[in-house]
Write a protein that binds this ligand. Structure first.
Ligand SMILES: Cc1cc2nc3c(=O)[nH]c(=O)nc-3n(C[C@H](O)[C@H](O)[C@H](O)COP(=O)(O)OP(=O)(O)OC[C@H]3O[C@@H](n4cnc5c(N)ncnc54)[C@H](O)[C@@H]3O)c2cc1C
Length: 395
């Protein structure tokens, strides 16, 4: 149970990114994986939507997918076949996506087990409180200690202490680059279990979208990601969620009779990655580095790919095979384009989202195949011309 005073690599955060980083570094280096949570994956801060392996290959065609995407069925609540978009008018459009809806508690615990099986030390209930060069202060249910590491990976989410300590730009700095997500697990709802629904409309979800993610039977995760800067004064995120559940002309028919079994909230970095994600002996990855598809707020796939790259690079560094800054070019070549394009599209859509009629027009004009491409952080030329034209008309 005791920790070593020194590790080759310390990874802060045992979410999908950190545990994948640990799984890919621990066979080649001594690794400590730390999380402040007393139970890995709890509280949940996610709806759990994850496209299946074949879809992930198309989402990130230049990436080498980590084998942690091969998880057991016990991590899955249910499977869905399509993604449905509902415009402010109620018109809908859908495209096929084979996906799992994950039980993030089980999934995160499975990933941590993979890290330990690969040889990593795991310390839960322990917060990293300060970092100075190679020295790391930790405190929690097993006491307070100082340990040292040759390489530190910050996989500690959008409020990353690792990024702050290393003076790397934070993902929280741009107010339009952060969405606040609030969601309820609900039971007693009458939903389509084969589809993920995404609802748009500025009165219900300013600057974002509301989702209904089935959990099987009459249960679902119902939530929304909203930008504070686009909210009406005095209306809280919770007010918006209740308005959606109780008053939305389409969604309330399915949700009004439901009961809440769990409340979920968190921050979603939709501003893209900072210009620099590594320095000295530090790398940041996953949500900490804005590794997320900004058009839908999905961060599990990119966090895991970035975690693999960070873990492999860290092991290469401690074994003298490369320098820390190799990390920057490696992740940018594998997933950089999708993240960057998704932020560009999100910025174009921000303008449209200020007007329900404009948003509806865009949703009517973009084909299901192109909508799917936008969800994958791609921007087909025809859609680019359309969005830029509409943006000019709005000025
Ligand atoms: C409400 C909501 C719904 C979402 N739904 C989806 C979805 O359906 N599909 C999808 O792909 N993405 C979704 N996302 C985004 C997704 O959850 C994240 O992108 C993903 O979890 C990022 O993984 P990560 O490992 O980088 O960070 P995290 O999963 O946030 O893990 C970071 C870990 O670091 C730990 N930590 C933080 N600070 C410290 C510290 N100082 N010391 C020790 N430990 C620390 C935390 O306890 C945490 O376990 C959602 C996000 C929210 C908020």
């Amino acid at each position: 149970m005791n920790l070593d005073p020194h590790y080759d690599i310390v990874i802060v955060g045992a979410g999908p990114c950190g545990s994948t980083a640990a799984r890919y570094s621990a066979e080649d280096a001594s690794v400590l994986l730390i999380d402040k949570k007393k139970t890995i994956g709890v509280p949940v801060q996610c709806a759990g939507f994850l496209p299946k392996y074949d879809e992930l290959e198309e989402l990130m065609p230049d990436a080498e997918l980590p084998d942690t995407f091969r998880y057991p069925k016990s991590c899955v609540y249910t499977e869905t076949k399509c993604q449905r978009f509902i415009a402010p008018t109620g018109d809908s459009k859908e495209f096929d996506v084979d996906a799992d809806v994950l039980d993030r508690r089980r999934f995160d615990q499975y990933l941590a087990e993979r890290a330990v099986s690969a040889g990593a030390d795991l310390r839960i209930g322990t917060r990293v409180t300060a970092i100075d060069g190679k020295s790391i202060e930790i405190a929690g249910m097993w006491g307070s200690h100082t340990i040292t590491a040759d390489v530190i990976i910050g996989a500690d989410g959008p409020s990353s202490i690792v990024a702050k300590a290393a003076n790397l730009p934070g993902v929280e700095d741009d107010p339009m680059g952060v969405a606040h997500a609030i969601a309820y697990d609900m039971t007693g709802v009458e939903i389509d279990n084969g589809a993920i629904e995404m609802h748009f409309g500025r009165n219900f979800v300013p600057g974002g979208y509301a989702w209904i993610v089935p959990h099987g039977g009459t249960s679902a995760n119902v939530g929304m990601g909203i930008r504070k800067a686009m909210c009406e004064p005095g209306v809280t995120f919770r007010d918006y969620l209740h308005r959606f559940i109780e008053e939305h002309p389409v969604a309330s028919e399915k949700l009004r009779g439901g009961r809440v079994t769990s409340v979920i909230a968190g921050m979603v970095p939709v501003g893209g990655a900072p210009a620099k994600t590594c320095t000295g002996n530090v790398m940041i990855a996953g949500d900490a580095a804005g590794h997320l598809i900004a058009t839908n707020g999905g961060g599990i796939p990119t966090a895991m790919v970035a975690g693999k790259i960070a873990g492999e690079t860290a092991a290469d560094v401690v074994n003298g095979r490369c320098a820390v800054d190799a990390y920057e070019s490696r992740w940018r070549s594998e997933i950089g384009m999708q993240i960057k394009t998704s932020v560009y599209v999100r910025k174009l859509m921000d303008g449209m989202m200020r007007s329900d009629s404009m948003m509806t027009a865009v949703m009517n004009m973009v084909s299901p195949a192109h909508t799917k491409a936008l969800q994958r952080g791609q921007l087909p030329d025809a859609v680019k011309r359309l969005l830029q034209g509409m943006q000019r008309r709005m000025r």
